[in-house]
Design a protein around this ligand. Sequence first.
Ligand SMILES: C=C1C[C@]23C[C@@]1(O)CC[C@H]2[C@@]12CCC[C@@](C)(C(=O)O1)[C@H]2[C@@H]3C(=O)O
Ligand SMILES: O=C(O)CCC(=O)C(=O)O
Ligand SMILES: [Fe+2]
Length: 379
Amino acid sequence: MPALSQSPHHFDLGSARDVPESHLWSDSADDHPVAGPADDAVPVVDVTAGDAAEVVGRACEEWGVFQATGHGLPAHLLDRVEAQIRRLFALPAHDKLRAARSLDNVSGYGLVPISSFFSKLMWSEGFTIAGSPLDHARKLWPHDHRSFCDVIEEYNKAMRDLAGRLLQLMLLSLGLAEEDVNWAGATGEFGDMSTVIQLNSYPACPDPDRAMGLAAHTDSSLFTILFQNRVSGLQVLRPTGRAGPAHWVTVRPIPGAFVVNVGDLLHILSNGRFKSVVHRAVVNRTAHRVSAGFFCGPPHNIKVAPLEKLMEPTKGPAYRAVTWHEYLGLRRKLFDKALQSIKISEEKWEDHSNSSNNTNTNTNTNTNSSKASSVITCV
Ligand SMILES: C=C1C[C@]23C[C@@]1(O)CC[C@H]2[C@@]12CCC[C@@](C)(C(=O)O1)[C@H]2[C@@H]3C(=O)O
Ligand SMILES: O=C(O)CCC(=O)C(=O)O
Ligand SMILES: [Fe+2]
């Protein structure tokens, strides 16, 4: 076993010749098989196709995830994003730790936030960007933060535009109009929607079957747009159902395509119709994999609740209303029990429909008009 330079938290994964005890996941933790290549695959949608909304809707209901092609983001921008992610994680540990995430700031370098719920460490490092990356980039590259900030800024703009288009397709597929979700923006603009970028790094691993890149989880967002490029590693859980017993399906990388997955907030908004997909990232022996998640949420202070229009006449809302901020707080405490904790039982449907709590579903209660996380500038 290689010596740990400091604590196991700062163990240099890239140069490991063995998986240390601190990062060793037992096989028994993996309770589902991985489906073979002959099994059905995550749907692929050309977002410019005439039937895109319909295909997106089916994918979100059946899988909770799809791959988006035809999105129009130039390949050279994605190459520059990937190069900057690799540049960041290739820095020596002590440089990266200068930009470490702190208790009062979600942005910065560190272990994936859900790490605290697991006794073993994951084979990955992360860098979270909420708002401007400038302060952290300056700490990483005191003399050359510009190229990182410029690329992130350009990527953020292009991704917000894509996110707006995807949201419109999703809402259209649910039969919703602009006035049903007034914060969603009318014409594909992403308006005041909140976004967070999560950069992930998964170094090659000497014993990939006994390590875990990113443990199984759902995202708390409305939806997440993941750039995974050419190295595979993302797997989605196909629960027991039409496709047989529960199993993991590898999301085959399609160069230039994005993986779009439904998060808990969209599951709530659609009253459970769109599935918040459980997913994880596995590692491999030879390739250093990187990815970038673009987490899309409602505007600051908007409460997301099941839409009246999507409820069956005899049924009520399955969840109570929450802002993204409140929900992140619940996730920090309860992790995968957070969604269950806001579930409304059938007996309470009647009380709930009489209460005022659910009337502000789509009302902009935004008293603090901060757009800090929607605009990334490096000035
Ligand atoms: C906005 C956020 C979503 C996220 C927590 C965070 O504050 C920033 C990182 C996000 C991420 C990325 C990896 C998986 C995940 C579950 C985690 O631990 O951190 C998600 C969080 C989430 O979706 O709740
Ligand atoms: O890297 C991946 O494939 C998955 C990343 C992910 O799930 C996340 O950032 O939430
Ligand atoms: Fe995720």
